[in-house]
Design a protein around this ligand. Structure first.
Ligand SMILES: *[C@@H]1O[C@H](CO)[C@@H](O)[C@H](O)[C@H]1NC(C)=O
Ligand SMILES: *[C@@H]1O[C@H](CO)[C@@H](O)[C@H](O)[C@H]1NC(C)=O
Ligand SMILES: *[C@@H]1O[C@H](CO)[C@@H](O)[C@H](O)[C@H]1NC(C)=O
Length: 501
């Protein structure tokens, strides 16, 4: 290479590294899409008070807002692993909260790792991967800076399912999420003018623990939810004709001593006493608004440090959440209310006026979206067996929806949930239906369903039943539709891929 060539090459490298958009990547634990920006037709008709989420709504107003985005499995680690690797549970082989994808699935490149490989400094703050063995302690290879967790001052004791802490007691001993927001601001500052990382692009992941249980929050957030504004869910019963496999006994909630004391069994068609339901709903909303305020603080910092116009911002909840609907609590099911979760991506210069799409999208779509938005080398689609392939995707970049939010798109979103005794529930959301089959599943080394061994089928007609209260899978009127949807479910996500220009 001659001298001129070297100069061109250096300039190109500088342009590639220094002209790059930063990424601010929010994850919120157990955040269901009960946000003002998500209200509309054919969404679960939550019986809710006006939700106070001004900061997330403000972000949504400048983002591509995916109104119908579905997680690949409605529980923490399987969902997060799927988002962060861009692959589905049957590829990561992560269905629980203890195993690690690099041990069972493959040595897959994660979102932060890919940005790190592309010259970014990646920083992990709070809950991004599920903690402990599920991520070999936050997947060290993903991050360039020391991982930050914050300090526990004992507010989150397991004695009670929720707690409103007087604000002044939190001044010296802040909640973990407040520390996470504070650390995010300090980290942003390091990339600002005069900071040690000035000029280097960042990928900063900020994971908030609330509104996950226990619902602990500064007391002042209760003011947004006067007790008489909080209502009981309209459907505190299981869907008619629901197969038993569809049910979760919400052990996560029943483990708290204050709930355990109520002697609830978690059985189908039982639920908590009304006063407990109302208290928990109010506490969840208060915790949600607390988290919203922290998102606002970090977004304010982004502006203060001058990164607003060159930073991509994404925000997602790791799955939906049941607050007494169907008599269910927490997640761990295949219902719409557990699989449907918030997802938004702000791309400066492209989504500033806000773009809303109701196309069916999946959380595996986020990885290729961020890669395209940041103009990194695109990722190839994963082949059938991708265990040996470090970088590939099982979702599609959402960028075409920025240009045309009604454009041709995948016509189904897929999720799954395992049950005891080698049973897997595969579910699929189409434009008007949710269709689910609970079937026998072979774990290692096969990781495949036996479609022939069926334990239960569900079909919910969202044209007339957006709350999924009536399982019509055994209704003769729906026989033909069931057959058609069954074929589509077995064909899987590859067959639902949008036509690629
Ligand atoms: C996994 O991939 C990374 C990045 O390519 C590499 O550094 C590491 O050695 C790999 N680990 C194993 C166990 O192959
Ligand atoms: C639960 O209650 C609903 C509504 O009353 C009813 O349709 C359904 O059959 C019940 N399920 C079971 C398993 O009892
Ligand atoms: C729960 O069961 C225990 C032990 O049988 C009993 O002492 C207690 O009064 C019960 N509590 C309620 C709320 O029913």
């Amino acid at each position: 290479m001659d001298f001129k060539g070297i100069i061109i090459c250096i300039c190109w490298l500088l342009g590639v590294v220094y002209g790059r958009k930063n990424v601010l990547f929010f994850a919120v634990d157990d955040l269901r899409p009960e946000l003002t920006c998500y209200e509309g037709e054919d969404f679960p008709s939550f019986v809710h008070p006006p939700i106070h989420s001004p900061n997330i709504d403000k972000l949504a107003a400048k983002s591509l807002l995916l109104k119908r985005a579905y997680v690949q499995q409605a529980t923490c680690s399987p969902s997060r692993t799927s988002v962060l690797t861009g692959r589905r549970p049957d590829t990561t082989h992560i269905y629980d909260l203890s195993h690690y994808f690099r041990d069972l699935g493959g040595n897959f490149t994660t979102i932060p790792q890919y940005f790190k490989q592309n010259g970014y400094i990646s920083a992990g703050i709070g809950k991004i991967f599920h903690h402990g063995s599920a991520s070999n302690h936050d997947d060290p290879i993903s991050w360039s800076m020391p991982y930050y967790h914050g300090k526990q001052y004992g507010w989150e004791s397991r004695e009670k399912s929720w707690a409103a802490i007087p604000d002044d007691e939190l001044i010296d001993k802040p909640l973990v999420d407040s520390q996470i927001a504070e650390h995010a601001l300090n980290t942003l500052k390091m990339f600002a003018k005069g900071g040690p990382h000035e000029g280097t692009p960042f990928f900063i992941a900020v994971g908030f623990h609330k509104p996950h249980m226990p619902f602990v929050f500064p007391e002042s957030f209760q003011q947004y939810y006067p007790t008489d504004s909080v209502k009981l869910p309209s459907n505190p019963y299981a869907p008619s004709e629901m197969p038993e496999e569809a049910w979760s006994n919400y052990f996560e909630l029943r483990n708290y001593p204050d709930i355990n004391m109520l002697n609830v069994t978690g059985d189908i068609n039982t639920t908590l006493p009304d006063n407990a339901v109302l208290e928990l709903r109010r506490a969840y909303y208060s915790a949600l608004s607390y988290t919203d305020s922290l998102v606002g603080r970090v977004m304010e910092g982004l502006k203060t440090y001058g990164f607003e116009s060159n930073t991509i911002v994404s925000l997602w909840g790791d799955h939906g959440y049941q607050l007494g609907e169907h008599g269910e609590w927490c997640k761990h099911t295949n219902f719409e209310i557990a699989t449907h979760a918030p997802l938004m991506v702000r791309i400066p210069g492209m989504t500033d006026d806000g773009i809303v799409t109701e196309q069916l999208t999946e959380f595996v779509d986020l990885f290729p979206t961020l890669v395209e938005a940041a103009e990194l080398e695109p990722m190839p689609l994963c082949p059938e067996d991708s265990s040996e392939i470090e970088l590939c995707r099982e979702g599609d970049s959402l960028m075409p929806l920025v240009k045309n939010p009604k454009g041709l798109w995948k016509d189904a979103a897929f999720s799954q949930y395992p049950r005891k005794g080698q049973v897997m529930g595969y579910t699929m959301r189409t434009n008007h239906y949710r269709y689910t089959e609970w079937v026998r599943f072979a774990y290692a080394p096969i990781y495949k369903p036996h479609w022939g061994k069926v334990y239960g089928i569900e079909l919910y007609d969202h044209n007339i039943d957006s709350e999924e209260n009536i399982n019509v899978a055994y209704d003769p009127e729906y026989t033909d539709l069931c057959l058609e949807l069954s074929i589509k479910l077995h064909a899987g996500w590859r067959a639902a891929i949008p036509y690629q220009n």
